[in-house]
Write a protein that binds this ligand. Structure first.
Ligand SMILES: [Zn+2]
Length: 109
């Protein structure tokens, strides 16, 4: 009876020892540093193009605004004013005559 228990404990111990040796040799389990790094935030989103957002507002509106979808020249549809932080912004909407897409341009004047 006692040898059944000792034998079972011995087999379990051998399997654990073999598993540790295999993990050290081949790196089966993820390491603590890898797990910590996996939880960190990844790459940031690319910044907005100039004039595409309030953060990247242009000093003056461009002469020609091209459609963001088909790259054709667009026509000014209207504009709004807004305050972003301490800055006064002019938000211009351009409509594409070809595909009807709206392109928005942020300016500081
Ligand atoms: Zn278009």
């Amino acid at each position: 009876m006692i040898w059944t228990v000792v034998g079972t404990v011995g087999v379990v111990g051998l399997v654990i020892a073999a598993g540790i040796l295999v993990d050290r040799r081949f790196g089966v389990l993820p390491r603590a540093r890898e797990l910590r790094d996996a939880g960190k935030p990844g790459l940031k989103l690319p910044p907005h193009a100039p004039g595409e957002a309030a953060e990247t507002a242009l000093a003056a509106p461009p002469r020609i605004v091209r459609c963001h979808a088909c790259r054709r020249p667009t026509q000014l549809q209207g504009e709004d004013r807004a305050t972003y932080g301490a800055r006064e912004l002019v938000i211009q909407r351009y409509r594409c005559p070809r595909c009807d897409a709206i392109t928005t341009v942020y300016c500081t004047s």
